[in-house]
Design a protein around this ligand. Structure first.
Ligand SMILES: Nc1ncnc2c1ncn2[C@@H]1O[C@H](COP(=O)(O)OP(=O)(O)OP(=O)(O)O)[C@@H](O)[C@H]1O
Ligand SMILES: [Mg+2]
Length: 273
């Protein structure tokens, strides 16, 4: 293959105990995301998108299977090493922002930079705040900012330490179309500036169309993995992406009931539907 894999998962599985049995929410997901690639993760609600993102980012541990960031297998690392690796290599934008309420926008952006020991932390915080158009709003607390502004602070915080891989869970999910578009543009711009690998979850066909590749999940499995050859190839991608998204939504509804299949040998429980 010859492409350096930035993030790779092998047979990634996550189960949760559920009323005396186990619910398989992610079921044998093996994917490889190359350095610098822009991947959208799509699928119906409950299909395992956030679970997959959390596992790939090392925020959560799998029930079985492996995640590699380059040559590091995340599950083999101690909590300390993992925390250090996350700090150095990985950025995460949460759907609900998760800004610290008692810190200003600037302090929120500054915190991970200082924790990483970036010598020019203050300059970098100002730089990324300016990049997201909030140079004048650094002294505001999250409660004093609009949803879109908070989203941009969360992006500035994630991009500040120049992560090699950025994960974003529905970064435009709570925003109106115009603000969502400007956040998407911003993500693409920041990515171009830093060469960041980008893995984002979205329900938005336009965001999906902007990606170079779309991975569709349903019932905890990859049901479709489609790539573009030309990353900037224009409008017809939008139609393809929304058609694919609709088809995944349909499949997802059908597949949700299959999660009990793997427990069937040891359980009498029938699938939910
Ligand atoms: N801690 C947990 N215990 C039990 N079940 C869980 C737990 N965390 C997640 N799940 C279940 O795992 C499934 C997948 O959840 P996940 O959050 O990954 O879905 P999603 O695809 O991100 O959905 P959405 O689009 O609604 O955000 C859901 O059915 C959820 O209820
Ligand atoms: Mg989710």
């Amino acid at each position: 293959m010859g492409v350096k894999a930035s993030i790779r998962s092998e047979n990634l599985t996550k189960r949760h105990p559920s009323g005396g049995r186990e619910l398989t929410v992610l079921d044998g997901v093996s994917i490889e995301v190359a350095d610098g690639e822009f991947v959208a993760v799509l699928g119906p609600s409950g299909s395992g998108k956030s679970t997959l993102l959390g596992l790939l980012a090392g925020l959560d541990r799998p029930s079985s299977g492996k995640v590699f960031l380059d040559d590091w297998e995340l599950s083999k690392l101690s909590e300390d090493r993992l925390a250090k690796l996350r700090k150095q290599e990985i950025g995460f934008v949460f759907q609900d922002f998760q800004l610290l309420e008692n810190l200003t926008a600037r302090e929120n952006v500054l915190l991970p930079l200082e924790l990483s020991g970036v010598p020019t932390a203050r300059e970098r915080a100002d730089e990324v705040l300016a990049m997201v158009g909030l140079a004048q709003r650094g002294h505001h607390y999250p409660a004093e900012l609009s949803g879109g502004e908070q989203q941009r602070v969360a992006l500035a915080r994630a991009f500040g330490p120049k992560p090699r891989v950025l994960f974003a869970d529905e970064p435009t999910g709570n925003l109106d179309t115009a603000t969502g578009n400007s956040v998407l543009e911003l993500i693409c711009e920041l990515r171009r500036a830093e060469g960041t690998t980008l893995i984002l979850v979205t329900h938005d066909a336009q965001v999906a169309a902007a990606a170079e590749r779309r991975i569709h999940l349903a019932g905890g499995r990859v049901v479709l993995d489609e790539s573009d050859n030309g990353p900037d190839s224009g409008e017809d991608k939008t139609a393809d992406a929304s058609a694919a998204a609709r088809s995944a939504e349909t499949n997802g509804g059908a597949n949700r009931g299959t999660e009990g299949d793997h427990e069937r040998g040891s359980q009498t429980g029938a699938p939910a539907r």
